[in-house]
Design a binder for this molecule. Structure first.
Ligand SMILES: Nc1nc2c(c(=O)[nH]1)N[C@H]1C(S)=C(S)[C@@H](COP(=O)(O)OP(=O)(O)OC[C@H]3O[C@@H](n4cnc5c(N)ncnc54)[C@H](O)[C@@H]3O)O[C@H]1N2
Ligand code: MOO
Length: 403
């Protein structure tokens, strides 16, 4: 097992290393998925328009499509969904028309309903003066022409991207969505219900699907692993064999008698890229690569067992790693990146502190309850304030929390 760092890696350097490993392991395999399953993934290919918007000349208003000067004899009605007509509208005639309906050839403009007057003889007249040619007609391809690239590869699939893809005729999209397997260690950890005395409920597994989704990835349901080296190594091997891009291991990251992650990685010949990070909470976290360095092979992230430390570690290593494998920016680092800290925070002498803060109008305030074993503060927070050693304010970088 190659050890890149024997001392804890500085926090910023650890995030960069996670991104670097993600770029080395990525991109995740591209898959065509139905639109209903694509939300939050990253586009693996440009999205072309399969149809023009609009696909033919259409009316932008409810009213009358008119030809020549008025008043006009109304000869019919066209509703949205009608096939585009081929018979030209004769000068002096009009058809009643709905928004989105195809404008007949020969029509000069659309007279909106509210500017039209029907005469007793059934003709239509304008109450608004002459209409400019083409008024209220949306020309074929005016917004988008067939073949236009409307969203670029690498963009996140948002609700608007889904709606646009559907409007342009797509039923599926080709996307990257890295997959992380989740191994929960700890013989005392129980997956459901009120924990019995001496046991604890898994509080890390439930956080990972939302954290992964935020990074454009997905997390498998947690698999519980007994506190043994061979069991941990076997679970890592099985997760790697399942084709996971990343394996997140919860707990067993420290140096106690039941902490077997490092020994299991050593048994598998893993390359350890980050062995401890100079941050609080979360200092025993770890980043490794399984398989030969030249292969994409899954990356392994060791998340400390203390749940607040696990969350800090997930934002430090897991999120940049998954985002890079999916080919998108780290969402935790997105703007606004700095804020004024309105209450004193004591820096740590050597490590970067990640302090849960709530955003107000003038800046951010620590929430308190800052304990590695408790999620009370991040559950009430908007971000972690990043407090490096020697920090004296007044501003701090913010590491955003998934909402
Ligand atoms: N001698 C040292 N001991 C410890 C150090 C150290 O530097 N030297 N670091 C401490 C810090 S900081 C942390 S964080 C933890 C990390 O521990 P592990 O990753 O090895 O995790 P465990 O020992 O298995 O568990 C720690 C703690 O968290 C609870 N836990 C574990 N998994 C879960 C889970 N899925 N959900 C909720 N809670 C969980 C577990 O019961 C323990 O209470 O090490 C310190 N010790
Ligand atoms: O990773 Mo530990 O927080 O510093 O609990």
């Amino acid at each position: 097992m190659g050890r890149a760092e024997r001392t804890p890696t500085p926090w910023e350097r650890a995030r960069a290393a996670a991104r670097g490993l993600g770029e080395r392991c990525g991109p995740a395999a591209a898959r065509a998925v139905p639109l209903a399953e694509a939300l939050g993934a990253t586009l693996a290919a440009d999205v072309p328009a399969l149809v023009g918007i609009p696909d033919c000349d259409t009316s932008a208003m409810d009213g009358y499509a008119v030809a020549g000067p008025g008043p006009w004899t109304v000869t019919g009605r066209v509703l949205a969904g009608a096939a585009p007509g081929s018979a030209p509208l004769a000068p002096g005639t009009a058809v009643e028309i709905a928004t989105g309906a195809p404008v007949p050839p020969g029509a000069d403009a659309v007279l909106p309903q509210e500017h039209a007057e029907r005469t007793a003889a059934g003709a239509a007249a304008a109450t608004c003066g002459p209409l400019a040619p083409g008024r209220h007609i949306r020309r074929a391809g005016e917004d988008t022409r067939p073949g236009d690239i409307v969203v670029k590869q690498g963009s996140p699939v948002t609700p608007a991207v889904l709606g646009l893809a559907a409007a342009l005729g797509h039923d599926t999209l080709s996307v990257y969505r890295p997959r992380t397997a989740v191994l929960v260690t700890g013989d005392e950890v129980t997956p459901s219900g009120v924990p019995a005395p001496g046991t604890v409920r898994d509080a890390i597994g439930p956080m990972l699907p939302g954290i992964a989704a935020w990074a454009g990835a997905r997390a498998d349901p947690p698999v519980q692993v007994r506190d043994r080296v061979d069991g941990t190594a076997g679970a890592l091997r099985a997760a790697a064999g399942s084709g996971a891009d990343v394996i997140a291991v919860c707990g067993a990251s420290s140096k106690g008698p039941a902490d077997h992650l490092r020994a299991a990685l050593e048994a598998l010949g893993a390359e350890v890229v980050v062995d401890g990070v100079a941050c609080r909470p979360g200092h025993p976290q770890l980043l490794a690569h399984l398989g030969p360095p030249s292969e994409p092979g899954p990356a392994v992230v060791g998340l400390p067992g203390n749940p607040n430390a696990a969350l800090a570690a997930a934002l430090t290593l897991l999120v940049p790693l998954l985002a890079a494998i999916g080919g998108r920016p780290d969402p935790a680092a997105a703007a606004p990146a700095r804020a004024r800290v309105l209450e004193g925070i004591e820096p740590h002498p050597r490590d970067t502190r990640l302090v849960a803060v709530r955003a107000g109008e003038d800046g951010v305030r620590p929430i308190g309850h800052d304990r590695p074993g408790s999620l009370r503060s991040p559950a009430a927070a908007d971000a972690y304030a990043v407090i490096p050693p020697g920090w004296c304010g007044p501003e701090a970088e913010l590491l955003r929390l998934p909402r």
